[in-house]
Design a protein around this ligand. Sequence first.
Ligand code: 5GP
Ligand code: ZN
Length: 134
Amino acid sequence: MKNDCIFCAIAAGEIPSFKIYEDETVLAYLDINPFSTGHTLVIPKVHTGCLLDTPDETIAAIMSRVKKIAAHIKTALPCDGFNILQNNGEAAGQTVKHVHFHIVPRNGSGGLGFENHAGDMQALEELAGRLRMK
Ligand code: 5GP
Ligand code: ZN
């Protein structure tokens, strides 16, 4: 791992991920300890630490993909709604210092609750196969 960043290693294919979308700028994959079924992370392929370090053009590119991927998940999963979450700094719960956006599918009237659950790797692999965008 060249810079000790786990998300850079995922972007470089050095660490496997349950990928659902990729283009020249961003990568999206399932969170291994999801808040809910279909919880997805969207990252820029080029490392930046948090929102404030990230160039405006990169943020614009990521957000357009977040919208597209969330629309796909809402239909393909399906789910009733979703949260977009983006943590900056330890005080805000940022544990991986490579900027990322969470897409958290929601159903019913569950409201806001952000608690990681141990991921079932086989279930995640099957789900990624079902959600993968062509
Ligand atoms: P943060 O709290 O930094 O906003 O979110 C980091 C997220 O990354 C957490 O929800 C955590 O479960 C997820 N995560 C940490 N390591 C890995 C990994 O190696 N692969 C995947 N897919 N997700 C990870
Ligand atoms: Zn990184």
